[in-house]
Design a protein around this ligand. Structure first.
Ligand SMILES: *[C@@H]1O[C@H](CO)[C@@H](O)[C@H](O)[C@H]1NC(C)=O
Ligand SMILES: *[C@@H]1O[C@H](CO)[C@@H](O)[C@H](O)[C@H]1NC(C)=O
Ligand SMILES: *[C@@H]1O[C@H](CO)[C@@H](O)[C@H](O)[C@H]1NC(C)=O
Ligand SMILES: *[C@@H]1O[C@H](CO)[C@@H](O)[C@H](O)[C@H]1NC(C)=O
Length: 354
């Protein structure tokens, strides 16, 4: 090493021509265990030696004529030089955290050019618990653990692949040695099935690390069931009451009808079983029309009308006024039933039935 350095110094002294040098990229951020690459280029043709150093320590010497002088497993370079430009890519393999710092390239006869190197560590991320099953409307709390990161990872959440607002979750971090553990809590109300993912990222990660679980939301059917049960109970009760009323009405009607039929039958039976009236010359005379002109008591003439047993109103008129023919015919009919008075005098009555 020392001989190489000495040689470089000698070459620097021998040269002494200033060159325009460019170092890229500026501030490289890489993950631990990966490779860090830097390009050093100049349009100046007349250079002899290029020196790469990491955090002030000589890493690699490149001669324009013969290439790398002291390559190793860790430090190497690729020549990308073209006709108009000299360009070497310096590669640091398997970087570690303590490689972070400054990388510089110095071409003979010019000031060293420096850039930053930052080595970061990507840890693990996990949403605690497996797939969840909750009831609709439940408040769910998700926890995300990110362990072994450097620097502090930025945690974020997605619900159904949509980024969750930062105000809806809390994140805290603790340093454990040279690493950081972070913890994030997300709360929300379960509405429907969703995938919930926690993302952890650091600048060196192109794609954030993620962990996701699936939230299965079961629709709350209990209250609905209860309501339905109540509704069904009410409907059944109402139907039962209506049926009962209908049955009662039917029974009452039937009884009434049966009673009526029975009384009718009894009446008929009585009528049939009654013997003919005494003295009735012809059968059925009992049902025949009464002699409306017949009066048992002659003194009953004083009353013009009276209610009789037969249920007819009798109107008795003494024949003092002239009556029309219609009445006459009646009169004739009644004459037939003319009776003899106590004194043996035949009485004539003219009766009009209304
Ligand atoms: C360096 O330059 C070469 C050629 O232009 C390019 O392919 C390579 O990606 C560059 N490397 C970096 C680290 O920029
Ligand atoms: C840098 O870290 C590596 C392993 O990560 C270790 O082997 C090495 O000794 C460390 N170097 C310094 C200077 O700390
Ligand atoms: C975040 O923390 C604050 C204070 O501890 C608390 O009031 C708030 O409810 C938390 N929010 C969430 C989403 O956990
Ligand atoms: C969680 O749910 C997803 C989507 O339904 C499924 O692919 C995955 O296998 C489930 N994981 C577990 C641990 O049950």
């Amino acid at each position: 090493m020392d001989t190489f350095a000495l040689a470089a110094v000698l070459l620097f002294i021998m040269g002494g021509v200033t060159a325009q040098v460019q170092l890229e990229p500026q501030n490289s951020v890489v993950l631990q265990s990966s490779d860090a690459r830097f390009n050093c280029s100049t349009r100046q043709q007349a250079w002899t030696v290029m020196i790469w150093s990491l955090n002030g320590r000589l890493a690699l010497t490149i001669l324009e004529a013969s290439g790398m002088l002291n390559s190793s497993n860790r430090f190497s370079a690729i020549d990308y030089s073209t006709a108009g430009e000299s360009k070497w890519e310096f590669i640091i393999r398997n970087v570690s955290r303590n490689d972070s710092g400054e990388v510089s390239c110095q071409i003979q006869g010019s000031e060293p050019v420096t850039t930053g190197l930052s080595v970061q560590e990507s840890g693990s991320v996990e949403v605690l618990g497996t797939n969840w099953t909750v009831m609709e409307g439940d408040q769910v709390v998700f926890q995300c653990l990110a362990a072994g990161w450097f620097p502090t990872p930025q945690l974020s959440w997605t619900v159904a692949d949509t980024l969750v607002d930062q105000q809806l979750f809390n994140t805290s971090s603790v340093e454990v040695g040279t690493l950081v553990n972070s913890n994030s809590t997300l709360k929300f109300t379960a509405v429907h099935n969703v995938s919930v993912a926690c993302l952890a990222s650091i600048p060196a990660l192109i794609i954030p690390q993620r962990s996701s679980v699936f939230l299965v939301v079961e629709k709350v059917e209990k209250p609905v069931h209860r309501d339905q049960t109540v509704l069904i109970a009410v409907i059944v009760s109402v139907i039962a009451v209506v049926l009962l009323i209908l049955i009662i009405i039917t029974i009452v009607l039937c009884c009434k009808r049966r009673k009526r039929a029975q009384t009718n039958y009894q009446g008929e039976a009585r009528a049939h079983s009654q013997p003919p009236k005494e003295g009735a010359a012809h059968p059925g005379e009992g049902q025949g029309q009464d002699n409306l002109g017949y009066v048992t008591d002659p003194k009953a003439n004083d009353t013009n009308s009276e209610y009789t047993d037969s249920g007819f109103w009798k109107f008795n008129y003494i024949s003092t006024i002239q009556v029309p023919d219609v009445v006459k015919s009646n009169q004739e009919a009644n004459d037939h039933y003319g009776t003899l008075g106590d004194n043996g005098v035949r009485k004539h009555r003219h009766v009009t039935i209304v």
